[in-house]
Design a protein around this ligand. Structure first.
Ligand code: NUP
Length: 213
């Protein structure tokens, strides 16, 4: 599964990239840059073309977190991404909202950046365990840290794992492909001279790496 991270701030450019890559992209991930620039309506608009994952990295008290999730699902998102370090009560509250919409909840175990080792890395395993206990659908695990992806896969055998960090952040497909169900790729696709070809190639390489690793 290839998820396109659409971190663009222009609605026209975003729709153009989705149109060009749609044959190879399974879902589109929106984050704050596009929603703060284009408004929440962009979620609805994109959801008419592809499944949308709302990467709001929810990290607030349970009540506020549930409001954020509700807004995302009400506007057509099929899934939301929550931080896991906020704890079980937040994930439980978001799950209640997701169930009303038949939506999915993905939980960040540790971010892809180096600095995340300082705090999040120490709890990534525990976060995966809690996400599983609460019944969340999946995890977001860092392609830049293959050892962590392997670890959370061991903990959460049946959860879907999506992995960002391939390409621009220097994560390598062949190191994580066998542990994950999908990859999240942004800049290597939307900044490419030929985004359609870039998406096709990344998807093909992922599928090949899954078979051979
Ligand atoms: O740990 C994470 N790292 C990460 O890059 C969790 C994320 N959700 N992301 C997101 O994935 C990031 O916010 C961006 O939207 C996308 C990666 O984009 P790129 O590095 O492929 O351009």
């Amino acid at each position: 599964m290839l998820v396109l991270a659409l971190d663009l701030t222009s609605r026209e450019k975003a729709l153009e990239i989705v149109e060009k890559t749609r044959d190879f992209v399974d879902a589109v991930k929106v984050n704050y840059p596009i929603v703060l620039s284009c408004g929440i309506e962009i979620v609805k608009e994109l959801s008419e073309i592809k499944r949308v994952i709302a990467d709001f990295k929810i990290a607030d008290i349970p009540y506020t977190s549930s409001l954020i999730a509700e807004i995302a699902f009400k506007n057509g998102a099929n899934a939301v991404i929550s931080h896991g370090f906020v704890g079980r009560d937040v994930l439980e509250e978001i799950m209640k909202v997701a169930e009303n919409y038949d939506g999915k909840v993905y939980v960040v175990t540790e971010l892809t950046n180096e600095g995340a080792r300082e705090f999040m890395g120490q709890f990534a395993r525990k976060i995966a365990e809690i996400a599983k206990e609460v019944g969340c659908h999946g995890l977001i695990a860092p392609a830049t840290k293959p050892e962590r992806v392997r670890e959370v896969r061991e903990v959460a055998k049946n959860l879907e794992i999506l992995s960002p960090g391939i390409g621009a952040q220097k994560g390598k497909l062949e190191e994580i492909a066998k542990y994950v169900d999908g990859i999240i790729v942004g800049r290597s696709i939307y900044n490419a001279d030929n985004p359609k070809e870039a998406a096709r190639k990344i998807k093909e390489e992922f599928e090949k790496a899954k078979l051979t690793s």
